[in-house]
Design a protein around this ligand. Structure first.
Ligand SMILES: *[C@@H]1O[C@H](CO)[C@@H](O)[C@H](O)[C@H]1NC(C)=O
Length: 441
């Protein structure tokens, strides 16, 4: 039984971390950010207004491709319904329905009129790994009203061990419907090297992967019990992910909720995520990521990174998290980088975040090491710059509310003042240090 930890409360009104420059300045933070980066956080939401916004008249000036998509959806005269049952799917939870889905997809993808790809309610479709390949002739709405269940025979994944449902190079796609996508991950968790130390470390399938997709909406779905990542956006452009419920047991290893990699212009909103790993993880090549109204826990919190593993050069920029509630997570808002990497995590804002009983509420870890062997000291590091924490409050389950472990001058330095400003606002009633800051080099 774990020791009952004391709960410490903290309120952080504003902390900023600016990359190393020359001198301490008293400039207001916003000026600072704009000067340093040319980046205006206030303007950020405009990137996203065309996505999901019903107000089409607003969107003309931005991302016209996407608004055309929206308009054509509304104007589409005829929509062809493709029901997987017609293609022979049984939906009895026992029969392998993969072939029927594959055939239905081929029909959908080659249709010149818009398609409603229907997975009916009240049915349970057992599926092996499926690749839904594009590009397609027209826009497709996948209406998942029923349940999809992953085969848990691991030999079914021998060709490609990392994907269950993969959408590859599809444009103008909507996936919705209120149904459930069940990754059936138990057998994978049991055999994970993090649970069973005798087994070698191997990747397990992601439930739902979107690779190289443009103009994509994923909404109103439950995704659960993934063998590994639940929902992954890889090299996508213009994405709206909203009203998603993502759940897996706290002890399931590496079961990130929503993973964003190499993806630009993505809005994640109104999602409730509780898994065994990061609720949201944003990694290399991602840019213009806006996450709003996120509920997270259990899990490892909201992470940027890890970046720089295997001495890689990684960049993440323009990330805003606004309005989030985290409870019982191991981390709150985290930036994690491996030693030896290069590149940067820049223009990042965490605001209006409430945390309850979170172990590391605010953390920058530049010595992240998620491997069995200890990681070697290395002199290069991914730079962390222009990071703002604003209106973050709640309780810490440990005696540290803010933990910045910064290597070799690769985060901030002149902003110590701003950080100290934040420190003054951390309420401290017990004599413990609430802030741990380690600066090296
Ligand atoms: C990405 O998708 C487009 C079509 O949408 C396709 O033409 C292109 O080849 C794809 N690229 C990759 C790397 O798969």
């Amino acid at each position: 039984m774990a020791l009952q930890k004391n709960i410490f409360s903290f309120i952080i009104s504003i902390i900023s971390i600016i990359s190393c420059c020359n001198s301490l300045r008293d400039d207001l933070l916003d000026n600072y950010l704009q000067e340093e980066s040319g980046y205006d956080f206030q303007a950020f939401p405009s990137y996203f207004s065309p996505i999901g916004g019903v107000k089409l008249h607003n969107s003309a000036k931005i991302e016209t491709g996407y608004s055309d998509f929206k308009k054509s959806r509304i104007l589409a005269a005829s929509v062809k319904t493709i029901n997987v049952q017609i293609f022979g799917a049984k939906g009895d939870g026992r029969t392998d329905d993969s072939k029927a889905f594959q055939k239905a997809w081929e029909e959908a993808c080659s249709s010149y009129s818009a398609v409603n790809f229907l997975v009916p309610q009240g049915k349970n479709y057992l599926l092996k790994p499926i690749k839904f390949s594009g590009p397609c002739k027209s826009q497709i709405t996948i209406q998942i009203a029923g349940t999809l269940v992953a085969s848990d025979d691991r030999s079914d994944y021998s060709k490609d061990g990392t994907h269950w449902l993969l959408f590859d190079s599809v444009q103008n796609l909507i996936v919705e419907g209120g149904g459930t996508i069940n990754g059936n991950g138990n057998v994978w968790w049991k055999n994970s090297c993090k649970i069973n130390k005798a087994t070698p470390c191997k990747d397990a399938p992601t439930v739902l992967t979107f690779y190289n997709c443009t103009n994509l909406v994923v909404k109103n779905l439950k995704i659960k019990d993934s063998p590994q990542i639940h929902l992954s956006f890889e090299k996508c452009m213009n994405v709206e992910a909203s009203n998603l419920e993502v759940n897996a047991p706290e002890r399931s290893p590496n079961t990130d909720g929503i993973h964003v990699t190499g993806t630009q212009n993505i809005q994640i909103s109104r999602c409730n995520i509780g898994t065994g790993d990061d609720c949201i993880s944003i990694v290399s090549g991602s840019k213009k990521v806006l996450a709003t109204d996120i509920i997270c826990g259990p899990g490892h919190g909201i992470s940027i990174g890890s970046l720089g593993s295997g001495n890689s050069e990684d960049y993440v920029s323009d990330v805003v998290l606004n309005r989030a509630k985290l409870s019982g997570t191991t981390n709150g808002v985290r930036i994690k980088t491996w030693q030896g990497g290069s590149g940067s995590a820049s223009n990042i804002k965490f605001q209006n975040v409430e945390m309850q009983n979170v172990n590391n509420p605010i953390i920058i870890d530049q010595s992240y090491c998620d491997q069995s062997k200890p990681c070697k000291e290395q002199s290069s590091a991914v730079q962390v710059k222009n990071v703002v924490y604003q209106n973050i409050k709640g309780t810490s389950a440990s005696n540290v509310a803010i933990d910045f472990d910064c290597k070799y001058g690769n985060c901030y330095s002149p902003v110590l003042l701003d950080i100290l400003h934040g420190i003054q606002e951390v309420s401290c009633s017990d004599g413990y240090s609430k802030i741990s800051m380690r600066f090296y080099g």
